[in-house]
Design a protein around this ligand. Sequence first.
Ligand SMILES: *Cc1c(COP(=O)(O)O)cnc(C)c1O
Length: 379
Amino acid sequence: MQDIYDELGVKKLIDAAGTYTIVGGSRMSAESLQAMSQAAAHHVLIRDMQAAVHRGIAQLTGNEDAVITAGAIVGVYLCMAGCVSRKFGKALKLISKEDIARSEVIMFRAHRNPYDRGLELLGVKVVELGYPNNIDIVSEEALENAITDRTVGMLYLPSTDGGWVPPGGLGLEKTLAVCKRHDIPVVVDAAAQLPPKKNLWYFTEELGASAVCFSGGKDLKGPQTTGVVLGKKDLLRWVNENNFPNYGIGRMHKVGREELAGIYTAVKQYVAHDEAARLEAAEAMVRGYVEAFGAEDAFHFERAYPNEAGQPLPRAKLVITTAGLTAESTRELLINLDRAVFSMVENGYLYINPYTLTAEEADYILGVFRSINGKEKEQ
Ligand SMILES: *Cc1c(COP(=O)(O)O)cnc(C)c1O
């Protein structure tokens, strides 16, 4: 049967890379899609819908408060705007450009990343500390020293073993202790830091960060255009103050009632899902790849752990032992199949990631590798 992609002439892909935005993040569940279509059928007051979804998600995740934003980046942006508002005690639209420009947000240089451009847009001054390596790690004293009466907040990226955040910043617990002494809110960008699902409350409720931002469209499997901000009322009330449908900077970043319904349902399912069973399914998938090939073959797979974002799920790493193939040429071969497979090459190795694959898709890709191996061995 023709589907919308066939009608549009857009090639469908199997995503063996992970929850990358360039291929649509993750797949929503039937329940979440149904919630979205139910939400689309009626009008409601958007503020009522936001309040109910925010309250529901806060309860489900054991947080004081929640705000849904148009992606995790907008979550970070509105959290930092919320830090400015909190300092001045009013909505951002009522604060002068000069006061915003004088406001300081502290970041460790090791944490700078392409997603933090929102700070530039906001117009605050970013105060950078340290270096993105392990030579001279930022000390508590150095952080303490960087805090002034213009500091409004701190943006923090948690580093995970195997993730892409380099060392160089002070650890999160010490950072929180210093900032707490000076009443500086700490906002954690943990967009891709799921699983484990306990991260939904770990940074905020267990460690005491003011807010944490997750991508709705990555492992939460909500609408790709959503972000979930969780945390303390003290900051989140200001995030909401600048959020749509209020006029102001958040008005540019609206989230429809359909997406609000979709992310609510996705979070509900995420909190309830069996994490151990999911991990076991991922391990079984990777084991299938590892056991399929041996020393006599053109390549074999190794179990790699943790995954690309440093999260506790395994991947299958392709180790090529023939001269006829490279990681890049294999990636090309996969993407050019009629039933195309999208994969990523990292540091010279191609990975098959169970994160976003169904069992059927994983079997299909394994079959593709068996046939590549057969052809290589004939030559
Ligand atoms: C993916 C990611 C984002 C962006 O999330 P969106 O929901 O796509 O806006 C921000 N920060 C980090 C660290 C990420 O990995």
